[in-house]
Design a protein around this ligand. Structure first.
Ligand SMILES: [Mg+2]
Length: 124
């Protein structure tokens, strides 16, 4: 399987998961170097997956970027197979399903930027 096929398989699968949103492939000539190939979120958790196939390994800039993303609190890592990605997403789904609904509401409203977004939304 080529890396682009692995990316597409992950994105296509994630788009059918109720807690997964906005899964897409990142890349191309005009995007920031090192950002993992697949980005999306599982509930409130941002997920970044660098896809590799065979014996390929993440480049130095990809490794640094993954570390920076992790330091920001999001989930990031490298997957070599579709099954790797499924395992990560299902684990995150498990965490999210254990989160208390009231916690999620407070998480939304505690963020100043979210409040600004809601204010913009309400103006239509
Ligand atoms: Mg890749």
């Amino acid at each position: 399987m080529k890396e682009t096929q692995l990316q597409k398989k992950i994105v296509d699968w994630a788009k059918k998961r109720p807690l997964c949103w906005n899964f897409k492939t990142h890349g191309g000539g005009y995007t920031q170097a090192g950002i993992p190939d697949v980005v999306g979120n599982v509930g409130p958790l941002a997920l970044y997956l660098e896809c590799k196939v065979g014996t390929n390994k993440p480049s130095p800039i990809q490794t640094v970027t993954i570390r920076k993303i992790r330091e920001s609190g999001a989930v990031a890592g490298c997957v070599w197979t579709f099954e790797d990605a499924v395992a990560v997403v299902e684990k995150l789904e498990g965490f999210v399903s254990e989160l208390d609904a009231d916690f999620l509401r407070r998480l939304d409203l505690a963020s100043p930027s979210m409040i600004r977004c809601l204010a913009v939304d309400s103006k239509g």
